[in-house]
Design a binder for this molecule. Sequence first.
Ligand code: ZN
Length: 695
Amino acid sequence: MLKIENLTAHYGAAQALFGVDLDVGKGETVALVGANGAGKSTLLKCLMGLVKPSGGRITLNENDVTNSSPAKMVRLGLALSPEGREVFGELSVFENLQLGAIPLKLSKGEEAARIEEVFVRFPKLRERHKQLAGTLSGGEQQMLAMGRALMAKPALLLLDEPSLGLAPLITDEIFAIVHQLSRAGTTILLVEQNAARALSASDKAYLLANGKMVEQGKSSELLNDPILRAAFLGAASEENPAASRLGAAGLTNIRLEKPDMTQQNFMPAFSSEEELKAHQLAGLKWTLRHAYEGSADYREKLDDAGITPDSIESFDDLRRLPFTTADDLRDGYPFPLRSVPFEQIVRIHASSGTTGKRKVLGYTQKDLDDWTDFFARCYQMAGVTPLDRVQVAVGYGVWTAGMGFQLGCEKIGALAVPVGPGNIDMQIQFLLDFQSTVFCSTASMALLMAEEIHKRGVADKIAVKKIIYGSERSSRSMRKKISELFGGAELYDITGLTELYGPGTGIECSEHDCIHYWGDYYILEILDPDTLQPVPDGEWGEMVVTTLCKEAAPLIRYRTRDITRIIPGRCACGSILPRHSRIKGRSDDTIKFRGVNIYPSSIDTILSAVPGVGSEYQIHLSRDDAGRDHMRLVAERAEGVAAGRANELIHEIHHQLKKQLLVSVDVELVDYASLPRSEKKSQRVFDNRIQDEIV
Ligand code: ZN
């Protein structure tokens, strides 16, 4: 429709446009983007006949209109909503609109009809039709300027800097109208400094700098062009010559509103197993020296084992290092394993422990940055993008969980909905209202939500595509059920523990048959929990971890008690990151029940404080058809206690468990000496929750 070819323009001796080309097709919205002084206004003025071009050609519907008068251009169907609005402040809104129709010599009826159309599009102008235009807000004046231009029913609407000087919210409103006009088929040439706005509101765009077109193309592609984004966002530098070029062209004062997260990569830099091993050896050496020099506890332990900071020469020397256990953490309460001065610690987190002292871990800023980076890697591996909306339904606060999910989410630039755990009604409402695309929770919470979604029949009204769940074991059947009831969402098991930063130390990939773990942040050994000797790759054993760059509380051969196995070889997904199976269980008796860690020793303590109850007991864990976990405690009456007291004792045990462990337990009381005794440690925990294969 509009074609500008090789256009040049001068102001006196100064050249303002240098051979500019531009095309606008019928029905298109085309953006002309450039910094202040780039030549945008000159181009518009040439187009409107206000400035005489010194060369080139302008055609409108294949007629040469170069050097036409402004009046002729208006008659040919061009209408301008000028920069700075230029409304007549002493006239009313209504009168300003009438002025827009004057050159067209409309009948009274036609004029009224067109004003009515403008009022339909801009209800605010109807509300204020008698008000003097000079008393309107900036946003309302912009609407008036656009409305006045629309009075001409233009073939081509020229919008010059519609967002200039407006608050972001008002800009939103103006651009919503630009979108509407565009959808209604109005042909628009949009001239804007705000590149992000202009690009997202247009079909194609031209970037003008110092009077020259420096870039043109589809707006959606330009919006994602890494060089342009770097130029818009980054400072010019030697490393970023493209930014220098565009920067010199005056484009760096154009700001996109969100950095381009799609260009970010959180995968590790190493490209072979040898490189990873070399990185791990260097990290191991660093960690040993750091812990030895920074922590009196570590030094004592290492001295006892005859280890000095120089003891590590090869990877095999790792086996000579002493283990660190949960007891070391509890003994060191409140700041165990602290290896940096307090002034370097910026945060603490604690594990959920129901007995004894909690495990408290300190973090330096670098620790938090590392955690954030590899949590972002988790999201990346699960295919989460900046366009996702991530509903985080795990605990916030002193627990690491919520924080990790939040930090990683912000790092990749997705929208976080930090709800926290529980609160099913609110969760469902947010899934519906915010159309969250990723749901993060424990496995049992995910199941609970899945059932609720099913019960309310809203599976087809939610937008969840991925569920990232962790901290509990899950079986294939449970995963299948969650996925189905969530309308076919894909599940990603995420691993982690507070001692090792928090959640996010590994995640399932799109192949869904392994956990990739971050070998560039920690070394993983799989040991036989009894002999503490390594098991061959592929065999189950206890996961033992050694950190490679953790500052505040480094871990040296920390016994996680989680049971898993190494999966040798490269994954079909193509990632070079090493992998292990989903966590199968624990090498101690810790029970994970409805998200709470319970140590059997705490049940010992509670039972022994109830007079009339014996010391033997069994815990049976089961999962009902609905997927809900249940705990049944079988205890004995103490010797000589009458069977008639059973109800009273059951009530008391139930009450104490609820009060101290915050869990509801079915209690059964049996005769004295009816539970089996064993010379060795008797089996007290019977976990029947998972019947089928875990991995
Ligand atoms: Zn994989």
